[in-house]
Design a protein around this ligand. Structure first.
Ligand SMILES: *Cc1c(COP(=O)(O)O)cnc(C)c1O
Length: 384
């Protein structure tokens, strides 16, 4: 116990992909816990395909020829912001400029910047509807920001709107300043419904609405076109999922220029490495080629859901993203059963997440998905 550490941090656990058994988590040492190689990493909703060879070569060339390692990155990220603004304009049919864009070291950094800009100093709490992306709560806790949670329907994972409205209007100390929603939600895969969107439009001006569109390229649905009408909304996106750049850590926020200026105040200088900037620019410049894979992944998602639905003990949910959420039909002793399934899958070489009261499986390559179907059948035999 270090006496100089803030006392409330003792209650915070760091983000861990495999909380169930992090002590044995190892992807390289397969001898100790019976893991077989290769391991199918279907636990982080990454794109299963690396960048095409030509683009890697292009990046390697840029690294050698155009990036000076001894120099700080371009501080304003203007070229990258221009390319992002053009992409957002094109896909939302609404005009955005560099003044509407802020970039982050992953969208995780932007989530933290938004929290700093809105709630710090005891000025605000945040509201989330669980199950949802855990980083909102974790980052808030690390900043000493209270988290108010409401639940979702266990049938559809839609937000309980009356309860959410009550939480928002009840006096909270400190008052709720930010609502986080994911569109579509992780880990459950459902996009916002018309009713949810209508409700978000009624959120008062003193509360920021963060719409996290990490899976936009898979859902092909966005609320970016609404941003000009709702100055208390911000849309977050990332290059980590469909664009295959998880290794490079780059995300962006789309919002009105005033909020963007505030985010620019809060972020660290040079938060994006030069190589990351180059990678994001190359990805956007080669967008059609990179995103053709999305169709293939959506077909695979359909196949995965269809195959797993045949299993009478599983309840599959519709997904608008590149992952699927599933639960056991019979919920007695569920926690133990999910742990057992998770471990069995891991032992067979398939890594998934047990989170949000169910299992979340990333859609992988056809070969990986075939193995998932097979391994899951085997794992289920142990619990039902
Ligand atoms: C993956 C993910 C992110 C994080 O993206 P990074 O840009 O890699 O930090 C943010 N929000 C949601 C909902 C995600 O699933």
């Amino acid at each position: 116990m270090l006496e100089f550490i803030r006392s409330d941090l003792a209650q915070v656990t760091s983000y861990s992909v495999h909380p169930a058994d992090s002590s044995t988590d190892s992807s390289t040492d397969s001898s100790t816990d019976g893991l077989i190689a290769p391991i199918d990493r279907l636990d982080a909703n990454e794109n299963p395909y690396d960048l095409p060879k030509e683009l890697k070569e292009k990046l390697a060339w840029m690294w050698q020829q155009t990036i000076a390692s001894n120099r700080y990155p371009d501080a304003g990220y203007l070229d990258l912001k221009r390319a992002i603004a053009a992409y957002v304009t094109d896909t939302s049919k609404t005009c955005f400029s560099t003044a509407n864009i802020s970039v982050g070291n992953g969208s995780d950094e932007l989530i933290r910047s938004l929290l700093i800009a809105t709630c710090l100093n005891g000025e605000g709490s945040i509201l989330v509807a669980t199950p949802t992306f855990s980083m909102y709560g974790i980052l808030a806790q690390t900043l000493g920001i209270p988290v108010v949670t409401v639940t979702r329907s266990l049938d559809t994972y839609e937000m309980d709107l009356p309860a959410t409205q009550t939480a928002l209007t009840q006096t909270q100390h400190p008052p709720i300043r930010v609502i986080f929603v994911v569109h579509p939600n992780s880990p459950t895969g459902n996009a916002l419904t018309e009713a949810e969107i209508s409700w978000l439009k009624t959120v008062p001006q003193h509360v920021l609405v963060v719409i996290d569109e990490a899976y936009f390229e898979f859902s092909r649905t966005t609320l970016a076109h609404q941003l000009p009408q709702y100055s208390n909304w911000v849309v977050l996106r990332t290059f980590s999922k469909a664009f295959r750049l998880a290794a490079h850590r780059v995300g962006y926020a789309i919002a009105n220029p005033e909020l963007i200026t505030t985010l620019e105040k809060v972020r660290l200088p040079y938060n994006l490495p030069s190589f990351t900037i180059a990678a994001a620019q190359v990805a956007l410049a080669n967008r059609p080629a990179l995103l053709t894979i999305v169709d293939r992944l959506l077909k695979e998602r359909h196949h995965l859901i269809e195959e797993l639905s045949k299993h009478q003990d599983l309840h599959l949910f519709k997904s608008d993203a590149n992952f699927i959420h599933l639960r056991l039909q019979n919920s007695s002793n569920a926690e133990l059963k999910y742990e057992t399934i998770y471990r069995s899958l891991k032992q067979q070489g398939t890594l998934i997440r047990y989170t949000g009261g169910g299992l979340r499986v990333t859609v992988g390559t056809p070969e990986e998905n075939q193995r998932t179907i097979h391994h899951l059948k085997h794992a289920l035999a142990k619990v039902v």
